[in-house]
Design a protein around this ligand. Structure first.
Ligand SMILES: *Cc1c(COP(=O)(O)O)cnc(C)c1O
Length: 222
């Protein structure tokens, strides 16, 4: 068995069955992805639209593609026909563009709201205040073709487990608050996308329902 195949089997043994493993295939080749696919895995994540579009046509049609990286509004249209879940909605402007393109394509697109929880300035995402203001706004009430399925966040890149755990707790807390205040009747609002190769165990302890795993499966990126 290939390393990639045994790694993906290994990660699934380390994760409860209720938690979705998104195999993050950015920078990996089509044949790397096929090695994971051949174990039966179907959920893959990419962070760049260009790369996703280039690879997806060379791969089986039953892959569930998740977009996990920052999405520019001018790239939205190209992913709408096939994307399974967009983890990285980080502004109302982007949400509106996704909604109008989804409407034109006559589909409903599942999205997560990305929150800024890390100390680093560079990570995208809503603050709690921004998200609450948006969800309470009249403009948001006009959104028709998006289903908000939960939240996503990235912890600070650090060896300090306490810091990482604290940030995941903040995200889970925001998830609960938003669920109670805006999605109490929604059956779809149930995902907490947090945890990567280095911190997925902590993330699961703190309530993650979706882990995004790249290097653990495919090896270190160059
Ligand atoms: C690359 C990436 C991951 C996976 O990172 P690994 O440390 O390789 O597991 C997860 N989430 C996002 C948003 C990423 O860009």
């Amino acid at each position: 068995m290939s390393d990639i195949a045994s790694n993906i089997i290994s990660i699934k043994k380390q994760v409860p069955g209720s938690v979705t493993v998104v195999a993050v295939s950015k920078t990996r080749t089509v044949s790397d992805i096929l090695e994971a696919y051949d174990t039966g895995h179907r959920v893959f994540g990419e962070n760049r639209v260009q790369e996703l579009l280039a690879k997806k046509d060379l791969l089986p049609g039953d892959i569930k593609w998740h977009l996990i990286g920052h999405l520019q509004t001018n790239k939205v249209k190209s992913v709408i026909p096939f994307i399974t879940l967009i983890h990285s909605v980080d502004s109302f402007k982007l949400l509106k563009v996704i909604d109008s393109e989804a409407c034109r394509a006559m589909r409903t697109v599942d999205c997560l709201l990305q929150f800024h929880i890390a100390e680093e300035e560079t990570k995208f995402g809503f603050s709690m205040e921004e998200a609450e203001d948006m969800l309470a706004s009249e403009d948001y009430a006009g959104i028709r073709n998006i289903r908000i399925c939960g939240v996503m966040g990235m912890a600070t890149f650090t060896d300090d487990e306490g810091q990482v755990r604290k940030e995941f707790r903040i995200l889970y807390d925001r998830y609960l608050k938003i669920k109670n205040n805006f999605f109490a009747d929604s059956e779809s609002f149930k995902e907490v996308s947090m945890g990567m190769s280095g911190d997925f165990k902590i993330a699961i302890e703190e309530g993650s329902t979706m882990v995004r795993i790249g290097s653990f499966i495919f090896g270190a990126r160059k």
